[in-house]
Design a protein around this ligand. Structure first.
Ligand SMILES: NC(=O)c1ccc[n+]([C@@H]2O[C@H](COP(=O)([O-])OP(=O)(O)OC[C@H]3O[C@@H](n4cnc5c(N)ncnc54)[C@H](O)[C@@H]3O)[C@@H](O)[C@H]2O)c1
Length: 254
């Protein structure tokens, strides 16, 4: 679909992949709603882009409903959702002391990365079905963010793998469900991207992961993710796809 003139919501839009995509969408003429838990940064990005910001926790129904309503009020209903909000995580089933890891710790990533994504998808979809179709019967489109850890997670990131595998797995199913309403659903599955999230990794871990990236041997740039996200919005024949975006990296077990 055309981007110009439409409203786009970017979750996690205050930082990293989301912020780069918010900037790219604004440059392409979209009105951008920046949703993020980090209220201060969300406002900074929205102000820079002439858009709107709303603080929310994507894993919380009421807070995200209020944020969607605020953007709807400020910019009109969104035709585009880019779901980037998420956390890095890493918990083993059994702790060093032999005790089972507390369930809350093991399921936090699922709550934020997976349930948070479903939460924003349901709100975006409900707004979209109420809109008139555009060209080709398309009402709008949704792009989510998984991770290659959803396919080949390393030891110690089973919780993160579960959350991202879920995001990837639901792509085709929701694309099928929303097809009759002219809504496409696609998912980007990044490898290692140069964002504040990745900056949290110890240097040695980051270097070893870069070394196993096939080509180009470097971290991906947030602007490269944004370019792909915009292509998924614009190209009407891409639907129900999970696209690896990783320089051919296949992560080793450790
Ligand atoms: N950076 C990578 O290498 C990489 C690789 C694969 C997948 N990803 C995924 O890409 C997405 C974006 O990550 P990034 O690298 O840009 O990280 P980032 O930390 O720069 O940005 C993530 C943003 O999400 C927000 N956020 C976190 N929890 C939230 C919540 N509950 N509600 C609302 N906002 C919340 C944060 O405040 C932050 O602004 C994440 O889903 C991440 O898992 C990143």
């Amino acid at each position: 679909m055309e981007i110009k003139g439409h409203t786009a919501i970017v979750t996690g839009g205050a930082s990293g992949l989301g912020a780069a995509t918010a900037r790219a969408l604004a440059a392409a003429g979209a009105k951008v709603g920046v949703l993020d838990m980090n209220e201060e940064l969300a406002h900074a990005v929205a102000t820079e882009l002439g858009g709107a910001a709303a603080a929310c926790d994507v894993s919380d129904a009421a807070s995200t409903e209020a944020a969607f309503a605020a953007v709807r009020e400020a910019l009109g209903p969104a035709r585009i959702l880019i779901a980037c909000a998420g956390i890095a995580a890493g918990a083993k089933l059994v702790g060093k002391d032999g005790a089972p890891t507390p369930l809350d710790k093991l399921t936090r990533a699922i709550r934020i990365n997976l349930i948070g994504t479903i939460n924003t998808m349901r709100l975006a979809a409900a707004d979209l079905v109420a809109l008139e179709p555009l060209d080709d019967g398309e009402r709008g489109t949704i792009v989510t963010t998984a991770s290659i850890a959803g396919f080949e997670g390393q030891v110690g990131q089973g919780d993160y793998s579960a959350s991202k595998g879920g995001v990837a797995a639901m792509t085709l199913t929701f694309a099928r469900e929303l097809a009759r309403d002219g809504i496409r659903v696609n998912c980007i599955s990044p490898g290692l991207m140069d964002t504040p999230m990745m900056a949290g990794l110890p240097d040695a871990v980051r270097e070893s992961l870069i070394a196993t990236t096939v080509f180009p041997k470097r971290l991906g740039q947030a602007e490269e993710y944004a370019a792909l996200a915009l292509q998924l919005v614009q190209n009407r024949f891409i639907n129900g796809s999970v696209i690896r975006f990783d320089g051919a990296l296949r992560m080793a077990p450790k």
